[in-house]
Design a protein around this ligand. Structure first.
Ligand SMILES: Nc1ncnc2c1ncn2[C@@H]1O[C@H](COP(=O)(O)OP(=O)(O)OP(=O)(O)O)[C@@H](O)[C@H]1O
Length: 618
């Protein structure tokens, strides 16, 4: 085991793995010894000394017996070690996933998790078998080399000189083949991707009557894959021949050396034949060594990827023993960079003492890793028990604000405070216990509606779950489902519409009964019934809670207690709808624009008067 692989060996498995590797060495060496002992045995047999040949059977049998015992031990251990290692990796990856900063999951590496779990963990655990194959392919020839040198140093030396030449030819050949193989793999992946895309796009393609256009891209990818496969067959031949040529040349050189020695009477023919055969069995496994070294590199790359995941640091948790919110608020105030706005906040009806549900962002600066600054000195006070709507152009940083409040990431400068306490001073479980998140991409488990709602609060009684469902108008969805409350919603909730999924998520938040709700309003068009139900559910959710809503619909915006307009990473304007309109600034312009769009859409769609048409994304 090397490098990153060694670092991933389960804590309690080092000794067991050490014993396993010792057995691998014993097995490989015993094989080499058996080959080595065969030489004098063969020579005696060829020379007709059968009695003496019989004696060689003793060490041969001993080597074979040791090899057999070691092999039996390896057979029983390898699978056990590999399974334990894989289980340990799954556990560690699982434990790490719950420690990772929530922000990691919308970063670029989150998509690698399936590959890490399915491919990389299996490959790392499989290195137990690889170690056996690789050490065997290395140590058996080394043992043979010792015997060969002892029997005839000249042939031994010839084999040892030939070995690196063979390895060089095999490596070079491997590289030549790898180039065409890589092109073929890329083309195969591309064709696979196109096929999946073609399958997923069927509804769109058929709806637009454009199946042929979708098929054309697939055909093109399949043709490219076919061409790459043909090129691989032809292109990999030189590489393969080069490796094989290296081996054949080495065998020939060894044979010629033996013949030269035999011609000079420096070596008897029988001995020469036996030693050349021994030399060939020394060189032959080098082919496997080169292949297995490539596999080892693959295992190490997998180990590095897993290690990278396991070493992502969690966001620092407060070290001090949980103090009262008031005491921590004092501490937080000490490092405040701006005046505390929490003092004036209204009382939160849920979740504890007054003001615990108020939120402040003070001079917050934030950039995603490696990205430009998204928030540049944003200050916003979100009073407890009220609804604040965030509006702004796409990419203004509205979602980022909600994620900083839930501490998906830590701010680069400034502070985010919940209940007057810096979120960095709150244990993450406590913070997330106070916050309910209802994002647009609601994830529903492939379970019943009831189970999905209970997920918000596993201790909720059936009555509490049904009550949350009723208040979020989920009961009307359930009435339509074939098995009512027992109906599964499909993976990710695919059996429900976007609006229905959001209603289930709102019910989940109601069930959790957290004092703070961070909500990203669905941008998708909702039918009239769904829209009314979502509004009613939102009204239930907003009652007595601190709600920060990324608002896309005019009706939602206008109903908010205050509206914060984000632009350029700052809050440009903040206040109730009427005040902002009276100010005639950015919000007023935004509002007029939206009104115009709505008016245009109403006329354009010829929708009945007074019935709002779906809004464009906020
Ligand atoms: N996980 C991420 N990693 C890197 N950059 C990100 C990430 N999430 C968002 N961004 C970038 O940060 C900026 C603000 O994104 P954010 O999602 O907060 O905007 P938004 O106002 O909510 O936009 P929208 O209304 O389109 O959802 C954008 O430029 C976006 O590309």
């Amino acid at each position: 085991m090397t490098g990153g692989l060694r670092g991933l060996v389960p804590a309690g498995q080092h000794r067991a793995l050490g014993r396993y590797l010792v057995a691998v060495v014993v097995y490989a060496v015993s094989e080499g010894v058996a080959f080595g002992v065969l030489v004098p045995l063969l020579i005696d047999l060829i020379d007709g000394r059968t009695g003496r040949a019989g004696w060689w059977l003793v060490p041969l049998t001993a080597a074979a017996a040791v090899g057999w015992v070691a092999h039996y031990y390896l057979g029983s251990r390898a699978l056990r070690l590999s399974t334990a290692w894989r289980r340990d990796l799954y556990t560690r990856i699982g434990e790490q996933l719950v420690r990772l900063p929530l922000g990691w999951f919308d970063g670029p590496r989150a998509g690698e998790v399936p590959q890490l779990v399915v491919g990389d963990a299996a490959r790392v655990a499989g290195s137990v078998f690889l170690a056996q194959a690789l050490l065997g392919a290395l140590l058996t020839p080394v043992t043979i080399a010792v015997f060969l040198l002892a029997y005839d140093w000249r042939l031994g030396l010839a084999a040892l000189v030939a070995a690196p030449v063979v390895v060089a030819a095999l490596v070079l050949g491997g590289r030549l083949s790898a180039r065409t193989e890589a092109a073929q793999h890329a083309a195969t992946a591309q064709a696979g991707g196109r096929l999946v895309e073609f399958a997923c796009a069927q509804p769109t393609l058929r709806a637009t009557g454009n199946t042929a256009a979708g098929r054309a891209a697939l055909d093109e990818a399949l043709t490219a894959q076919h061409r790459a496969a043909r090129r691989e067959v032809v292109g990999s031949l030189p590489g393969e021949y080069l490796g094989e040529l290296g081996l054949q040349l080495a065998f020939t050189a060894l044979l010629l050396s033996g013949l030269a020695l035999a011609t000079d009477d420096a070596l008897r023919p029988a001995r020469m034949i036996a030693l050349v055969v021994l030399g060939i069995s020394l060189l032959r496994p080098l082919d496997a060594v080169v292949g297995l070294t490539g596999d080892l590199r693959g295992c190490q790359a997998s180990a590095r990827r897993i290690d990278d995941l396991l070493t992502v640091p969690p966001l620092p948790e407060p070290t001090a023993a949980p103090a009262s919110t008031a005491a921590r608020a004092e501490g937080a105030a000490a490092r405040a960079t701006g005046a505390s706005l929490a003092e004036d906040q209204a009382t939160g009806a849920h979740g504890g003492p007054p003001g615990e549900a108020g939120i402040e962002l003070v001079d917050v600066r934030f950039a995603y890793p490696g990205g430009p600054e998204v928030l540049g000195g944003l200050t916003l006070s979100i009073p407890a028990g009220r609804t604040t709507a965030l509006v702004g152009t796409s990419g203004a940083g509205k979602t980022t604000v909600t994620k900083l409040i839930a501490r998906f990431h830590d701010v680069d400068a400034g502070a985010v405070r919940v209940g007057g306490v810096d979120v960095r001073d709150l244990p993450s479980a406590e913070l997330l216990g106070r916050v309910a998140l209802v994002f647009q991409d609601v994830y529903l488990f492939d379970a019943t509606v009831e189970d999905n709602i209970r997920f918000g609060n596993p201790d909720a009684t059936p009555d509490q779950v049904r009550d949350a469902a009723r208040r979020a108008r989920v009961d009307t969805i359930v009435d339509r489902l074939p098995d009512g409350w027992a109906s599964p919603v499909g993976e990710g909730g695919r059996l429900l519409s976007g609006g229905e999924r959001q209603r289930v998520a709102i019910a989940r938040a109601l069930c959790k009964d957290a004092p703070i709700v961070l909500l990203d309003e669905a941008t998708a068009s909702l039918d009239t019934e769904n829209e009314a139900a979502v509004y009613a559910a939102l009204a239930e959710l907003a009652a007595d809670r601190t709600v920060l809503i990324i608002a896309h619909r005019l009706d939602t915006i206008v109903r908010a207690d205050q509206i914060a307009v984000l632009d350029g990473g700052r809050v440009l304007e903040c206040g109730p709808h009427a005040d902002l309109l009276a100010r005639d600034g950015r919000y007023a312009a935004f509002w007029r624009e939206r009104e115009r769009a709505r008016g245009w859409r109403l006329r354009h769609d010829d929708a009945p008067t007074g019935q709002p048409a779906p809004e464009p994304a906020g």
